[in-house]
Design a protein around this ligand. Structure first.
Ligand code: SF4
Ligand code: SF4
Length: 103
């Protein structure tokens, strides 16, 4: 029988991590706030050109904006998520959904 994955905290309380499940790219405005608070390397900013093709965004290059129409955040490494929900809390567009996992 499977159960929800929980963590017992030093206080004795139980915490159920809510792992990132989906990111609604249609709602995303590419503000990058979630990227800044995720310390796990889960997220990746990409550019979309006029044909809807994805282009790697170089965060250190401030002059590459002509190469794409808009930027969106994507879930690049879901397996690295620790379920902290910091991305959701800071997202102004409510792009994220999260889910506990069964073990
Ligand atoms: S839940 Fe936490 S670890 Fe997972 S993507 Fe969001 S900020 Fe990163
Ligand atoms: S905080 Fe929300 S709107 Fe901003 S880049 Fe992240 S997912 Fe997109």
């Amino acid at each position: 029988m499977s159960t929800t994955f929980n963590v017992t905290l030093p206080s004795g309380a139980t915490w159920t991590p809510a792992f990132v499940a989906t990111l609604d790219e249609k709602k995303c405005i590419g503000c990058g706030r979630c990227f800044k608070v995720c310390g796990r390397g889960v997220l990746e900013l990409v550019g979309l050109n006029e044909d809807g093709e994805r282009i790697r965004v170089d965060l250190d290059d401030e002059n590459d904006e002509e190469e794409y129409e808009k930027k969106i955040m994507t879930i690049a490494h879901q397996e690295l998520c620790i379920g902290c929900m910091a991305c959701s809390r800071i997202c102004p567009k409510k792009c994220y959904s999260h889910a506990a996992v069964l073990v």
